[in-house]
Write a protein of this length. Structure first.
Lengths: 420, 434
């Protein structure tokens, strides 16, 4: 069960019943996604996770985390719709199992320090650190090519979302890096802290003290003045499929295909989409797995995924040897077409619903499961949908609903990597 | 049903307990009751993995099995006499998977509260499947695509080039799935003989964790009595690995943005410590040598010789211990040289006691974390079975390691003469991306 209360202004603090051996505190700053600031925001996650005013370098910070029995500190940036999220989280063993009972409190204090007391020199982040981390970000941006499947999908989505902020690359632009320095990056960070909205989630054994620490930090520093919003604007579908290809010397032909409704689904549609995706290519008995891989032997890997931050879409990823590419691609598209026009069998529907329901029930088994479900719900549909409510929505999905959501989707393009 | 050999292992510190029992056929069964969990995780593993390619047959002759046989068998076992095991599990709302490592083949499922039927399906892996020539040929196509998929993974390529540089005979020098050539030599007879030889209850274990009752599980496990071939066709043989390494450097070009490297050491197989103690100490040694809490890491990071991808680990089996450091860097050779200097210095000075104590705390935290998740518990029980220890015995080892023992192990490892650097360099397509 997740509970929520206001801790000032527009800021909500949510927490879950605690019955775990690990505790978790997550604070997400939701900023406006913008071409001009996204590279800086990406860089912030590197800078903020490397030092605080008190632990002014990576080693002293890491050693403090070791002292907290291997507590983890994680800072990252990611995009969701029109938002750029700076995600901070800590995870630590509950004090109940240790001789030092205040580990959770010390970890929460550290997280607040990471956010509000970064290591500064003069009026900005140290320029020496900025230069080091700029190089790391530059490498990270270009590193995408190493993961061919992710690269292929990224290239497809860049074309699919062309003209909207959703087409922006995840980590920003190499060409923005030279103009970033310690002072202007800190100024951007202060701006983010003020002009963001904040989601906080805690699951641990010392609710009152942790809530007080977080609330006090937010009040003192005047964080998060912007009300919560959710971008439900439609996705503009391309007039023609956005097909592309690239010869990068791969052993296999690796490709991604996108289908989309052009809308952001509401919670009931999202349930239909989840069931549809499971039947199509989201589970080990899916049509793509059983028909394309197992029966026809056209590939080893063939899966579909629901688009989590791009509305009502399905992405299909597969790879196969070059001589089988055409048959593999055509077979995948035939499977999609058949499911969209005929709908699933009752048995397929039952299995998909059972599988999703069991996963939803398993969410409460780990603190990581509870927190990621909470945050993906908030970021994905703009409000928290309890697993129990989601279960009932899943349960009510019919074969017609699956057929309906898939037949509403348009084929929007394919991107392929190959040898020559 | 009462079973006189049921052992209960409990921990007051963690407020937990589990039960173990050996089924009549010889299968070891471990059950961790977690009444507050909604999911159930189970694993059935056999002590037969991809590195085990050297065997002797009934005549005592040495035979080398085709690389990829264990993995091929894993694929074929998921197809139960024409029925796909994935479907059988999915009909019950359970998710399932299987994977092959160097030393083991593991079949897993995750279910909700209905765990008994999936367990029966899992135990069916005991029973010998019907291999057909047609089925084997069809599987070769799928596995060929899997092998090609790994050939596009630069991290995978860097690792296996490293293993080939270090080892000549031990099977970790070949891809887990084999090669396009080696799988051509796999046939029904080989699969059948390997099943008979290695899928024997005494070479297998079942672990299960979640809201389960141990007595129900022991009853189900006892009711399965596989037909076992009285004399196995094959018995594992020593790889007779020569000492020394075969390449000090290996490189390959692929479409990558930055060179990837693996710096590995061919270590002597286990020392005077137990396997589990060696593993725990090795984890600490690797972190204390080049982990994020060391000045060495900071210095390398700040000189832009390494980035966040830098990490370390080790692979171990009865006949091998391979330690490695890996990451991405424009200057992999410099990383190796600085690393060797760092190790040489540490061998002289030993580890800093303060850093050592801090690292112990991290181990304690990691150990406790296992017990939040049925999947982690089932996996850890399995590791403990194959390392011949109990899950709670580790508490003592984790909480009270000896720095002198860590120093002793450090000095026995990381010989510069046993070091190989494997690099994947950018080709022209990769350079364009930079």
């Amino acid at each position: 069960m997740v509970y929520t209360e206001k801790i000032g202004g527009n800021i909500s603090f949510s927490w879950a019943d605690f019955r775990y051996k690990r505790e978790r505190l997550v604070i997400e700053l939701n900023c406006q996604l913008d071409r001009d600031t996204m590279t800086g925001i990406s860089l912030l996650s590197y800078i903020l996770s490397s030092a605080t005013a008190k632990y002014d370098n990576l080693v002293s910070l890491s050693r403090y985390l070791d002292n907290l029995y291997g507590a983890s500190l994680y800072v990252s940036s990611s995009r969701y719709g029109n938002k750029m999220i700076i995600h901070f989280d800590t995870d630590n063993v509950a004090g109940e199992y240790l001789t030092e009972k205040d580990i959770g409190i010390r970890t929460a204090e550290l997280l607040c320090d990471v956010i509000t007391n970064p290591y500064l020199i003069g009026r900005g982040f140290p320029d020496s650190t900025i230069e080091i981390e700029k190089e790391k970000l530059r490498e990270e941006i270009s590193f995408l090519i190493n993961n061919k499947e992710a690269y292929c999908t990224r290239m497809l989505l860049q074309r699919f979302f062309a003209g909207s902020v959703r087409s922006l690359p995840d980590l920003g632009f190499v060409e923005d890096l030279p103009s970033i320095n310690g002072e202007n990056l800190y100024s951007l960070y202060l701006d983010c802290l003020k002009n963001c909205n904040i989601n906080i989630f805690y699951c641990g054994s010392d609710l009152k003290r942790v809530r007080d620490i977080v609330a006090n930090t937010i009040r003192t520093h005047g964080l998060g003045s912007v009300p919560q919003t959710f971008d439900s604007s439609p996705v503009r579908l391309p007039k023609e499929p956005v097909n592309g290809e690239e010869a990068i010397g791969t052993e296999q032909d690796i490709f991604s295909i996108v289908y989309h409704t052009g809308r952001i689904p509401d919670p009931a549609e999202l349930a239909s989409l989840k069931v549809a995706n499971s039947i199509l290519g989201g589970m080990s008995t899916s049509r793509l797995f059983m028909n394309v891989r197992e029966r026809q032997g056209l590939c080893y890997s063939c899966v579909s995924n629901r688009m989590t931050s791009g509305g009502g879409g399905i992405l299909i990823e597969s790879s196969t040897s070059p001589e089988k590419f055409v048959r593999n691609r055509d077979s995948i598209m035939e499977e999609f077409g058949a499911l969209a026009s005929e709908g699933p069998s009752e048995e397929e529907l039952r299995q998909a619903k059972l599988s999703i329901s069991n996963s939803l029930r398993g969410i409460s088994d780990t603190v990581a499961g509870v927190s990621s479900h909470y945050l993906s719900s908030i970021n994905g549909v703009g409000r928290y949908i309890e697993p129990e409510r989601e279960l009932s929505l899943i349960e009510s999905v019919s074969a017609e609903d699956v057929k309906g959501i898939l037949s509403e989707m348009r084929y929007c393009g394919i991107y392929r990597l190959h040898d020559e | 049903m009462s079973k006189i050999d049921i052992k209960k292992v409990a921990s007051d510190i963690l407020d937990g307990k589990y039960y173990s029992h050996t089924a009549p056929g010889g299968l070891s069964v471990y059950v961790y009751e977690m009444p507050d969990k909604s999911s159930v995780s189970a694993q059935l593993a056999v002590g037969y993995g991809s590195s085990m390619v050297h065997v002797t047959d009934r005549n005592g002759s040495r035979v080398k099995l085709p690389a990829g046989t264990a993995h091929f068998l894993e694929h074929k076992l998921f197809e139960r006499n024409g029925e796909d095991a994935f479907t059988l599990f999915a009909e019950l709302g359970s998710s399932s998977n299987a994977y092959t490592t160097f030393n083991r083949t593991t079949f897993v499922y995750r279910s909700g509260s209905e765990y008994e039927q999936p367990l029966r399906i899992l135990l069916d892996f005991f029973k010998k499947p019907l291999f057909t020539a047609q089925g084997v040929e069809k599987e070769k196509q799928i596995i060929s695509d899997e092998i090609r998929m790994y050939l596009d993974d630069p991290g995978w390529i860097a690792s296996f080039n490293l293993f080939r540089g270090l080892y000549r005979n031990i099977g970790i020098n070949e891809d887990i799935a084999g090669s396009l050539d080696s799988i051509r030599n796999i046939n029904m007879d080989i699969l059948s003989d390997c099943f008979d030889s290695f899928y024997r209850p005494e070479n297998m274990a079942l672990t299960i964790a979640g809201d389960v009752e141990h007595e129900r599980i022991f009853d189900i496990a006892d009711s399965f009595s596989p037909q076992i071939s009285p004399v196995p066709r094959y018995v594992l043989a020593s790889a007779e690995e020569p000492s020394g390494i075969f390449e000090t450097e290996a490189s390959e070009q692929m479409t990558v943005s930055l060179p990837l490297f693996d710096i590995g050491f061919k270590e002597s197989a286990y020392s005077r410590f137990s396997e589990i103690k060696n593993d725990l100490l090795m984890d600490m040694i690797l972190d204390l040598t080049a982990g994020e809490s060391t000045e060495f890491f900071r210095s390398m990071y700040e000189q832009n010789l390494i980035n966040d991808s830098f990490g370390s680990g080790f692979y171990s089996g009865d006949e091998y211990l391979c330690t490695y450091f890996e990451g991405d860097s424009l200057y992999p050779g410099k990383v190796r040289d600085f690393l060797l200097e760092r190790i040489s210095e540490l061998k002289r000075t030993g580890f800093d006691p303060e850093l050592f104590d801090e690292r112990v705390r991290t181990s304690v935290g990691s150990y406790i974390s296992i017990f939040d998740n049925p999947g982690s518990v089932a996996g850890s029980l399995m590791s403990c079975h194959f390392k011949k220890t109990t899950l709670y015995d580790i508490i003592q080892l984790v909480g009270d390691p000896d720095i002198e023992e860590a120093n002793e192990l450090l000095r026995a490892c990381f010989d510069p003469g046993s070091c190989c650097l494997s690099v994947v360099l950018p080709n022209s397509s990769g350079e364009k991306q930079q």
